[in-house]
Design a protein around this ligand. Structure first.
Ligand SMILES: Cc1ncc(COP(=O)(O)O)c(C=O)c1O
Length: 289
């Protein structure tokens, strides 16, 4: 498959020709933050929310904002256009920049490296929605600032590999008996007909997709509670959903080898998933910012 056109430090060029220095602190330290956002029919979805979160990640790690939201919007729209429109996903990364010295305490005045690309978003295999996915649980092993969307993802990578090795789709983390999130997803648990999801804080990434679930739960009249979820509640859930930008919502139908609820996607999932699709349609053709 040919590589797409990317954006690097102000220029659009074939990704195959893009080069960054091995002295870039993203390469040496994982000293960078990022975003991944979906594009439906050529329109970036939740662009404002993604770049609000990027701005918060940048501020938290003290990397200057390379451009305002309007600039990001332009870069995204140009990448989408140059890569043929349709359904895509956008990856955006800002690193602290390159420096010879490898100083943990970085020198002031570095020029951030700004990189972005768009790629086709393949439709989810039908089986994923029809049958749901399997997940396993594992002990939380990440750092204490999981609200920052950092490219330092070694713990997430190792955690995700555990599920892949087990033939499952996602690893759901538990910390001291409480649910945090999936290795790359926000977890929602249905109990007593209500949607439960852990509150945002430093212990999880504030997902953009959970915001859509919140909005649609209100529209659908389904109660949603953002409060700590115990391991016991997770294990006795009627339904479990994964929320993340590139797939929207997926039902978990097996957890650690046992069926979740009836072992098939539940009625609330079906309602929420349909409402999600309708919401994407509703936004079609409206400005992305
Ligand atoms: C650790 C983690 N939690 C949650 C999410 C979901 O966030 P979003 O809905 O913005 O994709 C992600 C997405 O990549 C993630 O990496």
């Amino acid at each position: 498959m040919p590589l797409p056109v990317c954006y690097l430090n102000g220029a659009y060029l074939p990704l195959a020709e893009a080069r960054v220095s091995p002295l870039d602190r993203a390469f040496l330290f994982g000293d960078a933050v990022y975003e991944v956002l979906p594009v439906y029919a050529g329109r970036p979805f939740r662009l404002r929310e993604h770049f609000d979160r990027l701005a918060r990640s940048l501020a938290a790690v003290r990397i200057p904002q390379p451009m305002p939201h309007a600039g990001w919007n332009e870069v995204c729209l140009e990448l989408i256009r140059r890569n043929g429109g349709g359904d895509q996903y956008l990856y955006v990364q800002v690193t602290r920049g390159a420096e010879f010295g490898r100083s943990h305490a970085w020198p002031e005045g570095l020029a951030p490296t700004v990189f972005a690309y768009a790629n086709a978003l393949e439709p989810a295999p039908a089986g994923l929605l029809e049958h749901g996915v399997a997940a396993i649980t594992a002990a939380e092993t990440r750092w204490a600032r999981r609200d920052i969307k950092s490219t330092s993802l070694l713990a997430n990578v190792l955690l995700k590999k555990l599920s892949a090795d087990a033939g499952a789709y996602e690893t759901i983390m538990l910390e001291d008996g409480w649910l945090t999130e999936g290795s790359s997803t926000t977890v929602h648990v249905i109990a007593g007909g209500r949607i439960l999801t852990p509150p945002n804080g430093t212990h999880i990434l504030p997902g953009t997709t959970r915001g859509v679930v919140e909005l649609l739960a209100e529209r659908l009249g389904i109660a949603l509670e953002s409060s700590p979820v115990s391991a016991a509640t997770l294990r006795s859930a009627e339904e479990i959903w994964l929320a993340f930008a590139t797939r929207g919502l997926l039902p978990v139908t097996r957890l650690d080898g046992s069926p979740v609820g009836a072992g098939s996607p539940g009625p609330l999932f079906r309602r929420m998933h349909a409402a999600f699709g309708a919401y994407v349609q509703e936004l079609a053709g409206t400005p992305s910012l």
